[in-house]
Design a protein around this ligand. Structure first.
Ligand SMILES: NC(=O)c1ccc[n+]([C@@H]2O[C@H](COP(=O)([O-])OP(=O)(O)OC[C@H]3O[C@@H](n4cnc5c(N)ncnc54)[C@H](O)[C@@H]3O)[C@@H](O)[C@H]2O)c1
Length: 351
């Protein structure tokens, strides 16, 4: 199979972790007889420096012409520390999500057998966790009407949802549940919010189309508790933008390290695959960042292109590297650690 993949390395540790994912993807491609054509493009602060905007048209054209996008991270302290900057790297991320129609953020949460004791949560609570949070990404309170009244003394943000936005997220959730444990939990705040009542009503209407899926409805405050008390109770969670933003970060604690967790952002056509972490500027250029979140994001990319064996091969070699202690310093507990590039080489060689 010929694959066209857009490569958006971005800022900070982005280029370093992306390099390792490329090594791993190329090794998988040669093992399974695929041909990958990589097209690099600028995004974030790197794009602002080069052409004055964080998601240039040329980058968009490259993404649109690809089968999938592999993304590193964006963000630069020069902009973080300058609140008056008019053009910011994060604008590139929002513009890209909008332009590519990426309305669903998918974050799997699972544990790694050899790292379970690194989680601050007890082994018996988390061992065997395998859940996915599907967060609505382009609507809700982050995009609703906002402003100031009363000479700036009053502020408001509006949570607006249209039925079609809920339907398309719910459809992704139902379809995912069918391929997994056949359980879907709609997380909302329907006891208080009208927008949440529309979520519940919409998902309830769709239940009849997916008779095999067991659907539950839970309030977000209760889920914030249960998610870390008994994560094994969940399979697929669908939720609004704000709730998902908070719950996905909470869920990352279960696996133990920011450097490990992958994600995808999906729309109708192209998917974008990226680690959940940011550009970790303190580590940029030092060859110490953990590349596994990006490597596992590449596994999600293969899976979504219906190349499940390839995805599994990546996950297996990642688990093997963890079990054998071929890890970057964030996982080494002061013991022997390897450079970012050495971990990437090891993974590629062991595939
Ligand atoms: N999707 C994105 O591109 C994205 C997401 C979050 C933050 N950001 C941006 O990244 C910059 C830094 O933000 P931050 O410091 O809040 O978050 P961050 O994820 O970059 O780093 C937070 C901490 O997590 C750990 N960490 C993150 N990635 C790691 C890795 N690969 N290996 C080992 N440890 C890792 C480090 O201890 C680090 O100090 C900011 O400019 C922010 O806006 C971008």
């Amino acid at each position: 199979m010929n694959l066209n993949i857009a490569l958006l390395a971005g800022d900070g540790i982005g280029p370093e972790v992306i390099d390792q994912a490329v090594k791993v993807c190329n090794a998988v491609a040669s093992k399974f007889n695929h041909e990958i054509s990589w097209k690099s493009a600028l995004v974030g602060a790197a794009a602002i420096d080069a052409v004055g905007e964080p998601y240039p048209d040329e980058t968009h054209a490259i993404c649109e012409a690809s089968d999938a996008v592999l993304f590193g991270a964006i963000g630069d302290p020069r902009f973080d520390n300058n609140p008056s900057a008019k053009v910011r790297p994060e604008q590139g991320l929002l513009k890209m999500r909008k332009a590519l129609g990426l309305f669903a953020n998918v974050r799997p949460t699972f544990t790694f057998p050899s790292l379970i004791d690194k989680s601050p949560l007890k082994r018996d609570r988390i061992e065997g966790t395998d859940l996915v949070i599907v967060r609505e990404l382009t609507g809700g309170v982050y995009f609703g009407e906002r402003g100031r009244l009363n000479e700036g003394e009053t502020a408001f943000d509006t949570m607006t949802y249209h039925r079609f936005e809920i339907e398309r997220i719910a459809k992704k959730g139902f379809e995912m549940a069918l391929k997994r444990g056949k359980k879907l939990c709609c997380v909302d705040k329907a006891n208080v919010l009208e927008a949440s009542r529309l979520w519940r009503e919409t998902v309830q209407r769709m239940e009849k189309d997916y008779p095999e899926v067991e659907v539950t409805y839970e309030f977000v405050d209760a889920v914030a508790m249960r998610l870390i008390q008994w994560p094994k109770g969940y399979d697929v969670i669908i939720t609004a933008n704000l709730f998902g933003d908070i719950l996905t970060d909470e869920a990352s604690v279960i696996s133990g390290s920011m450097g490990l967790m992958p994600s995808s952002s999906l729309g109708e056509k192209i998917g974008l695959y990226e680690p959940i972490h940011g550009s970790y500027p303190q580590a940029a250029g030092k060859d110490i960042a953990n590349p596994l979140a990006t490597v596992l994001s590449a596994a999600m990319l293969f899976e979504d292109l219906n190349l499940a064996e390839e995805a599994e091969a990546i996950r297996e070699v990642v688990n093997k590297s963890l079990a054998e202690g071929i890890v970057t310093e964030d996982l080494a507990d002061g013991g022997k650690s390897y450079k970012t590039s050495e971990v990437g080489d090891w993974l590629a060689n062991n595939l």
